[in-house]
Design a protein around this ligand. Structure first.
Ligand SMILES: [Mn+2]
Length: 424
């Protein structure tokens, strides 16, 4: 039995702007590296676990990146299957509109668990691998695009207790039954999915948009049967396994999508199988193309004067081409009002070739407290709306507290929403 190799990646967010800066250059470099890696490692199947694009209406330039990549892959490694699913950022219908064309080329791009007629169709989601030109498939992938409420059930079903978990489990069971129907013990069996999988996942970054406002839904890891060879997840940008199972992985995003993600070791995962046995599971680092410089480097914010000293001492990068210039984040400790500080920062780095993303004031205890808030519980459900509002206010205006009048206005707004009296 021949060895087969799968490459797992996710969360490309093509078309993203980074604090206002275009990422096209970085995405181009990543995709060129990916093509090279696929060829060098003789990859047989490429899994892309959602958030191909950053928005539901990607720009022409972003769509061009996607189609150029698929086209070049056909030229460089025609035998490589592509299985891609929609994430919460993608438009399912948008991804699928070229379905007829991409499918004929051996690329499987799935936007929704429902077919064109709106019916849930588990068979459609089971993709044979290596089945071109009448060959017998060496494995199968259950490709589960991001599940939206409409995909899960009727309005009354969605109102029952624990609806997300109960209904998602039902969908998964049907999809994995369809996977078992066509495959046998000797086949590698994969799943692709996009969302939060329970276990030891952490929501670490601000750019991972909440799946449901005020109600972070997560899938217990046992929704993915233990007999799956490998589960390729997307949504969390930090590479990590899910639910203490090494065979269930978030590949993580190839680029930092927020300054807070700059320190991750961005990677893709290559899984080598023989029949249904995993021979190896290897992380390959994605080369860093553009640096993110954070001032100060550590967790504590600097005083404004310390920050300015560090900034003036930064290496001159003005000889570097514009699109390769480092991104810069500045955090400082707010001791007394200093409204001119952003301008002082701009002056300190003027002409040095840095792209300034964020200048952020933090109170002495800001970082520690922000971490407490994040660590207490990933679920917003454990906070009252007023607590969330106070936290939001504190982050925005570190030196003052919301006035009684503002809290009352906020309370009235919350009451209005709860009793549906606010015009939409
Ligand atoms: Mn996502």
């Amino acid at each position: 039995m021949a060895k087969k190799r799968v490459l797992h990646t996710s969360d490309w967010h093509l078309g993203q702007t980074f604090h206002g800066f275009d990422r096209r250059f970085e995405h181009e470099r990543f995709l060129a590296w990916l093509l090279q890696t696929i060829t060098a490692h003789e990859i047989d199947a490429l899994f892309i676990s959602g958030d191909v694009f950053d928005t539901a209406n990607p720009s022409t330039a972003a769509q061009r990146l996607w189609f150029e990549f698929l086209g070049q892959l056909l030229v460089l490694r025609r035998s490589c299957d592509v299985v891609a699913i929609a994430g919460n950022h993608d438009s399912g219908a948008g991804l699928e509109k070229t379905d007829a064309l991409t499918k004929s080329l051996g690329h499987h791009v799935l936007g929704s668990v429902r077919d064109a007629a709106g019916e849930f169709d588990p068979q459609r989601l089971v993709i044979p691998l290596g089945a071109r030109d009448g060959a017998a498939p060496w494995g199968y992938a259950a490709a589960i695009p991001f599940l939206r409420p409409d995909d899960l059930g009727s309005l009354s079903e969605l109102q029952q207790e624990n609806a997300f978990e109960v209904l998602t489990r039902k969908r998964h069971e049907a999809i994995f039954a369809a996977l078992r129907d066509v495959s046998h013990e000797g086949h590698a069996r994969f799943a692709l999915a996009h969302g939060v999988v329970g276990g030891e996942t952490h929501r670490s970054a601000e750019s991972e948009r909440d799946l449901r406002i005020g109600n972070v839904e997560s899938m217990p890891v046992d929704m993915f049967p233990a007999d799956l060879t490998y589960v390729a997840l997307g949504h969390l940008h930090r590479p990590q396994r899910a639910g203490r199972r090494d065979s269930v992985q978030y590949a993580g995003s190839p680029l930092p999508l927020h300054v807070s993600e700059a320190d991750y070791a961005h990677r893709v995962v290559v899984v080598t199988v023989q029949g249904s046995a995993v021979l190896s599971q290897e992380n390959i680092r994605v080369p860093k193309v553009v640096a993110v410089v954070r001032v100060p480097e550590g967790k504590r914010a600097a005083t404004p004067d310390e920050a300015l000293l560090t900034l003036r001492a930064l290496r001159d990068m003005s000889a570097v081409p514009a699109e390769e210039r480092p991104y810069l984040e500045v955090r400082y400790r707010l001791e007394s009002p200093r409204p001119a500080f952003p301008q002082e920062v701009a002056d300190a780095i003027d002409g040095k070739g840095y792209r300034l993303t964020v200048v952020r004031a933090e109170r002495e205890t800001e970082l520690a407290r922000a971490q407490d808030f994040a660590a207490e519980d990933a679920s917003l459900l454990s906070f009252t709306p007023e607590e969330v509002f106070r936290e939001f206010y504190r982050r925005k205006y570190p030196t003052s507290v919301p006035s009684e009048a503002l809290l009352q206005a906020f309370g009235a707004l919350v009451d209005g929403v709860l009793t549906e009296q606010v015009p939409s």
